[in-house]
Write a protein that binds this ligand. Structure first.
Ligand SMILES: NC(=O)c1ccc[n+]([C@@H]2O[C@H](COP(=O)([O-])OP(=O)(O)OC[C@H]3O[C@@H](n4cnc5c(N)ncnc54)[C@H](OP(=O)(O)O)[C@@H]3O)[C@@H](O)[C@H]2O)c1
Length: 214
């Protein structure tokens, strides 16, 4: 796998709906905890100082409540066409927050910081896994990339009002892993037990699914 290989993490309903009015259409506490673990867990072979990179569109960054951003113990890479976006923001000098002008630039930045790159300065953040965490604009581009090796999709078994959608996952490009295999993959990645099957939270039921690039 190349150093710029990445995975998408998303929660979508049965119609691929992912957002409404700039925020999530649901509040799924356990899925949020799963998201935090998945995007934070580094591989056992990486140095203890390495962290994962989370690439996100500017709107997704702004949708994270102020008190929860930047996402802790992860390198937050915000994609925006505005090179001055961070200039007047409190996160400007935070070493765990970086700005990139495109998905490509964000991937190149994360790749350049990979812990195995000899030229990566020792005093800088070292990166292990790369996750693309939204939103729709970035997902649209991300699913088309050959470097996108997995899509970790929390499938919400409902159809709710949404104004933002995840793109179609083409069967010619990705395989939906059978549930046992997907579950095993997630437990290996998280190095801990993961709840399998249908999870019930409030009025919602959902399950963790894994798509793998063919
Ligand atoms: N269900 C989920 O798992 C999930 C996950 C994430 C987000 N969401 C939801 O998705 C919605 C936000 O998604 P969105 O599609 O509206 O916005 P988004 O993708 O998060 O952000 C869009 C912004 O990113 C920048 N951008 C996008 N493509 C770019 C490119 N090719 N080059 C440079 N910059 C680029 C632009 O920023 P500038 O305008 O600053 O140039 C653009 O306005 C929210 O409702 C959020 O809650 C859901």
């Amino acid at each position: 796998m190349s150093l710029r290989s990445f995975a998408i993490v998303v929660a979508a309903d049965l119609a691929n709906g992912i957002g409404l009015n700039g925020t999530l259409p649901w509040r799924l506490r356990k899925d949020m905890a799963f998201f935090a673990k998945l995007t934070s867990k580094t591989s056992a072979s990486s140095p203890p100082s390495a962290i994962n990179a989370c690439i996100m569109g500017r709107k997704t960054w702004e949708s994270i409540p102020q008190k929860f951003r930047p996402l802790t113990s992860r390198l937050n890479i915000i994609v925006s066409r505005d090179p001055h976006y961070l200039d007047d923001k409190p996160e400007k000098s935070n070493p765990h927050v970086r700005l990139a002008s495109s998905l490509e630039a964000a991937l190149s930045l994360a790749e350049s910081l990979h812990y195995s790159v000899p030229s990566a300065p020792a005093d800088q953040t070292q990166v292990d896994h790369i996750y693309l965490i939204g939103g729709a604009q970035l997902y649209n581009e991300g699913v088309l990339s050959k470097d996108c090796k997995h899509i970790y999709l929390t499938r919400v078994h409902a159809t709710v009002e949404c104004d933002t959608f995840f793109p179609e996952i083409k069967e010619s490009e990705y395989t939906l892993l059978p549930s046992q295999q997907g579950h095993k993959h997630l437990e290996e990645l998280l190095q801990e037990p993961v709840e399998g099957g249908l999870i019930t939270e409030g009025s919602f039921q959902y399950e963790y699914t894994v798509y793998e690039r063919k």
